[in-house]
Structures are given as C-alpha cells and as structure tokens.
Design a protein around this ligand. Sequence first.
Ligand code: HEC
Length: 177
Amino acid sequence: MAAAAAGAVGFASLSAIAASPETVTLEDGSKTQKGAKPEDGKWMTPDGEPTYRVKPDGTLDWYAYSGFRRYHSECHVCHGPEGEGSTYAPALKDSLKTMSYGDFIGVVASGRVRHLPGGQESVMPALGDNKNVMCYIDDIYVYLKARADGAVGRGRPVGRDDKPTGAIEFDKACFGE
Ligand code: HEC
C-alpha cells in the first residue's frame, strides 16, 4: 500500500512537469513556446514543430486563427467548443498538455477505438483522408496547443495576422489545385 502510494505520488509529480506550459513572453508581450521563431509567419519550435504566437491584445498568428476556425468546423461537434470537451469526447485542451505533436497527428489520421465495459465503444474516427482536416492539421494543433498552454482563452479570437504567402501556396498544393 505504501509502495503504491509512493508510486502514485511519483507519477503525479512527473505529469505535473510534463503539463507545465512552455509558454514564454517575448519583448513585445507576445506569447509563444520557448525558443520558437517565425518562418514566413509560421512559428516553429527549436524541435521543428509548429506553434502559436499570441499578441498581448489576443491577436493570433494566421495559423492559430485558421486552427480556431477549422477546429470549430471539423472537431467541435464531438470535442466541444474551444477544446473544452463533451460527455462524448475528451477535452483536447487538456490532452495537449501532455500529448506530443506526433501522437496528435497519429490519432487524428488513424483514429482510435476504445472498448468500454458493457460492449460499447468510444470511437475517434480516422480522418487521414479528409483534406479539410489534414491540410489544416498543423493549424488545429497550434490552436489547441495555445489553449492547452493557457495562451488563448475561450471565445472568438480578437484578430489575426494576414495570410502568409507560404500558407496560400501550401493550400493550393495540399488541395491539388
Ligand atoms: C465523431 C466524433 C469525433 C470527431 C468529429 C472528432 N473526434 Fe477526436 N475523438 C473522439 C472520441 C470519442 C475520442 C476518444 C477515443 C477514445 O476513447 O480513445 C477522440 C479522441 C481524440 C484524440 C485523443 C485525445 C486523448 O486525450 O487521447 C485526439 C487528439 C482527437 N480526438 C483529435 C480530434 C481532432 C483534431 C478532430 C477534428 C479534426 C477530432 N478529434 C474529431 C470523437 C471525435
């Protein structure tokens, strides 16, 4: 019993470390992840993963704003508004406190089925063939990551940056236009 309790405490402190937001405040008051830099308006972490930039007045970078919109057209019916979760599907603003970028993409693309007691199933559909999801998966990720890190609150963002040239070209290529 004592050993189990000690194990539980160890686990709790580990997840507390993993859950602590890596958000930093830049000189101009904007929030982003530690060490992130913009490349043509797309903020990237030192690990090469996409991330957000939130100005002090709440203006989002283009990709995080796009993610807000795409999340609310493709995910919120199950996962609730602003990643808050529902009785049906988990709160992604909590999931992304610990879930890695790679795992996130994997679950969205391949889906997941969990068997519940009583023979029921909890199903995350595989969305890998849905271009309206996969062409914007980085955008959805950075919006939810900003929610998870507490950099973005609930509600509609106050504004966004202009669409970068890279985003216009990426859309065309992704949709095969
Ligand atoms: C038809 C309902 C439905 C839609 C639409 C849906 N999901 Fe899910 N999703 C679920 C359910 C249910 C689960 C939980 C599966 C389980 O029990 O393992 C889930 C799980 C997940 C997980 C794993 C969360 C965790 O904590 O492990 C991620 C990530 C996820 N969904 C992302 C998305 C994204 C992003 C979208 C939109 C592009 C989306 N989902 C759209 C129902 C849905």
